[in-house]
Design a protein around this ligand. Structure first.
Ligand code: DQA
Length: 147
């Protein structure tokens, strides 16, 4: 099985993008951290990052049947990513929204997410560690009935 790690616009340059806000971990570091978490379950990580909303939509549909859940940082598409929202609405497995920064401590335009109402849960403001927490939450949500 595999978990879909989906990162939106401007998240490919993590590490050197406003590090005082987003930290110094790169996307590769985050991919490694998530892989480390889900290894316990024998899951792989399919990591996809695009700056364009259309590519993200395509990736969701392409990977829908081959993934058991997703971790999604939509970047600024949180604000008005309606196509991303509709693609996630059709995604059949649980998914967690992640934001590195505490969006509620920032500008007003970041205070609402169009995808959050569809997420199983949201992790906000805990930096790269938030992706580990999201991975753990997914494993919890996908627990075997006997566990
Ligand atoms: C972000 C928060 C968004 O508001 C911003 O547009 C990003 C990153 C975060 O991870 O904190 O690109 O999603």
């Amino acid at each position: 099985s595999a978990v879909l790690l989906l990162n939106g616009p401007n998240l490919g340059v993590l590490g050197r993008r406003e590090p005082e806000i987003y930290g110094t971990d790169t996307l590769a570091d985050i991919e490694k951290a998530v892989a480390e978490e889900v290894r316990a379950r024998g899951w792989q990580v399919v990591s996809v990052q695009h700056d364009g909303e259309g590519e993200l939509v395509g990736a969701i549909h392409r990977h829908r049947d081959a993934t058991v859940g997703a971790i999604v940082n939509p970047g600024a598409l949180m604000i008005a990513g309606w196509s991303l929202r509709d693609a996630l609405a059709s995604y059949p497995s649980p998914w967690i929204e992640v934001h590195l920064s505490n969006v509620w401590a920032r500008e007003q335009f970041r205070h609402d997410s169009v995808i959050a109402p569809l997420a199983s849960g949201v992790v906000v403001g805990l930096g790269a560690f938030g992706y580990r927490l999201a991975a753990q939450a997914l494993m919890h949500l996908c627990a075997e009935p006997s566990e």
